[in-house]
Design a protein around this ligand. Sequence first.
Ligand code: ADP
Ligand code: MG
Length: 256
Amino acid sequence: MEVLKQGSGREIIKQGDAVRRPLQPWSHSVHRVLAHLHQHGFRHCPRLLATDEQFEQLSFIEGESYDYPLQGSIASESALTSAARMLRKLHDCSALFIEQTATQKMPWMLAPRAPAEVICHGDFAPYNVALQGDLVVGVFDFDCAHPGPRLWDVAYAVYCWAPFKTKADDKLGGLEQQAQRAKLFCDAYGLANHQRKLLVNEMIERLNALVGFMQSQAKRGDQQFQSNLDDGHHLAYLADIEYLQTHRDFIYRALV
Ligand SMILES: Nc1ncnc2c1ncn2[C@@H]1O[C@H](COP(=O)(O)OP(=O)(O)O)[C@@H](O)[C@H]1O
Ligand SMILES: [Mg+2]
């Protein structure tokens, strides 16, 4: 047994080939998505193995996992482009789920966003993928998944992978390199030109929604989000919004 993440009552534990995570009110929706993805050709995400009243058991995806600052294999161009290709495949394979469940009301952690084109992973960041060598081979942590536009999910992924982050610990390179990495991500995803034109604004809107979500959850009494606010996590996002606003034109030109 190995503790993957600490947290009283909220630990994430590896037991053999399985990962044990606490169930959430939206877990059943996520389980349906994972099953659909496996049935429709996307096998790079965990499979549901079992549940009890408190926990879910998911299959463990073999590979290395990383966090910020991006260093080593996770900072490579092949990690970046394989991540983008994987997100594209995830989106493509989830489109039918949207059609099949259009009339059903399902709980999600993050509110569905119109137009619901695909299942957005919601947190498609370097810390939620598994690598083998320089290649992204899997993606986990679907707790933030929800129906929404492709661009909504691509925007957050590009923000995380470029990354357009200003905090010293999270930064990689300067603006030019970040914009070039953003373009590489869009190319590998196959993002249409008209969508690239909207990307910086979408990133800003996605980050504003994230800060709003953190604040509303804290207001409702969620201790985890309250302590994130107390630690100033939202200030980092607000600084990144300002960074994106300041460099909007430069990034736009690099992307289009
Ligand atoms: N199915 C999985 N396969 C491989 N590693 C996993 C899996 N689920 C979780 N992990 C590992 O445990 C860590 C924490 O789990 P995660 O589901 O990302 O929760 P959180 O982001 O809330 O901490 C991940 O960063 C990853 O290293
Ligand atoms: Mg995670």
